[in-house]
Design a protein around this ligand. Structure first.
Ligand code: TYD
Ligand code: MG
Length: 469
């Protein structure tokens, strides 16, 4: 059975409060609060409320409705003022949505959401920033550094969920930030703040709050590398959207990655750079990542990864050195280690490069992690380039997935990738040859490439390396 809890209802205005007070803060009447024992809703009831969405649409969960009779949801969205983040959200905040912004401590979550609070407060309406992490003065200091005046930005240092819900209902802001979900606790759950049951219960209640008030609520959740703190992972299936802020703490770039979105496409990324005055959008990331490339060094290859709908040119670096102790090591940064081991095996067996007895280091420049197999060819070429001490031409881009028999496999959205490379001044591109040998793959016909841009197709890794090196 659900646990009961006590709440106090004002007999004059009906306001609900978690604590007894002499005066009702809602209507200023004295001695009107009365204790009521509240039986929380069962999980099914809570879920139902979420499913029904907006309460006044007249639907209920007992009567099935045929599809054409369901009114389409009119989704006016609230732009957050940063196109990089709006794109990840699918075009802005959807009213009544609950969004989780996760990331490691110190990565910049509070900074990002305080900046967003500043723009929403300026352009849309009042914002309530609830912090259980820092004092009001600390937030004020940060806001000053970020140049946020915040005429309509309300701060609340509070950790008790009931109080938070009450304040949101009273203030009715345009957006709410909860920093962080690990500090909030619901009075009727006995376990400590940050525990799985607390975090889950608080999130479920905030979801109901968002749905019943149609206010978008953004919650911050800390994740540690080891995943020891209960948090974001548990919540992903409850909330409407999950964004992760990633990046190496010692690199200034920050990636905002959408991993779940009930209102838009996932796998979109937004790129920011952490400056002294906060997070600044990076609108042309490929150009920046390539800007300090050492053109005359072996072991460097440029490839294109698709991040959501956006192609991103990245430099892959590899260093291959003879192993000193007969116990070769391989280390990666930003690339899946298993993938590297697989590529080394393919290079050894199918291309005849004996990289096996060597230490191999490979990394993606800029501090990002790329999971797409389309960078395989770039990684393999960087390794081969370092091993053979030969340069890959500085104006060449390599795109393709490598299979176990050394074949190059087609990748998605080829024309977008190649066009991005051409846009940044690259002149040549090696891509997988699919099917019969053709000079120019069909999907590139519409890519509008410059006259002098050369597209080279290769069916195997060996052939591609012969052309590149
Ligand atoms: P913060 O937003 O507090 O991280 P999180 O909420 O994810 O724990 O950001 C912390 C780091 O960002 C901190 O190390 C300092 C740095 N920072 C800047 O470099 N510039 C700035 O303008 C701000 C506000 C923070
Ligand atoms: Mg913080």
């Amino acid at each position: 059975m659900a646990k009961t809890r006590t709440k106090y209802i004002c007999q004059q205005c009906g306001g609900e409060h978690s604590k007894w007070m002499g005066k009702c803060p809602d209507c200023d009447a004295w001695n009107t609060l009365e204790e009521v024992v509240d039986i929380p809703q069962s999980p099914a009831q809570q879920r139902r409320q979420t499913l029904l969405g907006n309460a006044n649409n007249g639907y209920n969960t007992h009567t099935p409705i045929i599809l054409p009779h369901i009114k389409p949801l009119v989704q006016e969205r609230i732009p957050v003022g940063y196109p990089e983040m709006d794109r990840v959200l699918g075009g802005g905040l959807v009213p009544g949505s609950l969004i989780l912004v996760g990331g490691e401590p110190g990565i910049g979550k509070s900074t990002l959401l305080l900046q967003v609070s500043g723009t929403i407060a300026e352009n849309t309406g009042p914002v309530l920033y609830i912090s259980g992490e820092e004092s009001m003065e600390q937030i004020k200091m940060r806001a000053e550094r970020l140049d946020i005046t915040g005429e309509r930005l309300y701060l609340l240092a509070e950790v008790e969920l009931d109080v938070i819900i009450e304040v949101v209902n009273r203030l009715r802001p345009a957006m709410v930030i909860v920093d962080s979900i690990q500090t909030v606790s619901a009075a009727h759950v006995t376990s400590a703040p940050g525990s799985i049951s607390q975090v889950r219960e608080c999130t479920v209640q905030l979801m109901q709050l968002a749905k019943s008030t149609q206010i978008p609520i953004l919650i911050i959740g800390h994740v540690t590398k080891e995943g020891t703190v209960a948090g974001p992972k548990v919540l992903e299936h409850i909330v409407d959207a999950v964004l992760y802020l990633e990046g190496e703490r010692y690199h200034s770039y920050r990636l905002l990655r959408g991993v779940k979105n009930r209102f838009g496409a996932t796998h979109e990324i937004g790129i920011f750079e952490m400056h002294g005055e906060g997070l600044v959008e990076v609108t042309n990331p490929s150009a920046i990542f390539l800007s300090d490339r050492a053109v005359n060094a072996s072991g460097s290859a440029v490839t294109v990864s698709m991040e959501g709908t956006r192609p991103l040119l990245v430099e892959v670096q590899a260093l291959v050195t003879p192993s000193n102790f007969g116990n070769p090591r391989s280390t990666t940064n930003g690339i899946d280690h298993n993938r590297l081991v697989m590529l080394m095996a393919v290079l050894t067996k199918r291309v005849g490069l004996a990289v096996g007895g060597h230490d191999v280091y490979a990394n993606v420049v800029g501090g990002f992690t790329i999971e797409e197999p389309s960078i395989d060819l770039g990684v393999a070429a960087a390794i081969a380039s370092s091993y053979r001490e030969r340069l890959i031409p500085a104006d060449m881009v390599l795109i393709g997935e490598v299979g176990l028999s050394g074949e190059l496999r087609a990748v998605s959205r080829l024309s977008l990738r190649v066009r991005e490379a051409a846009k940044l001044g690259f002149k040549r591109c090696i891509i997988p040859r699919s099917g019969k040998p053709t000079r120019f793959p069909k999907e590139l016909e519409t890519a509008n490439l410059p006259e002098d841009f050369q597209v080279i197709t290769a069916s195997t890794l060996g052939v591609a390396l012969e052309i590149a090196l």
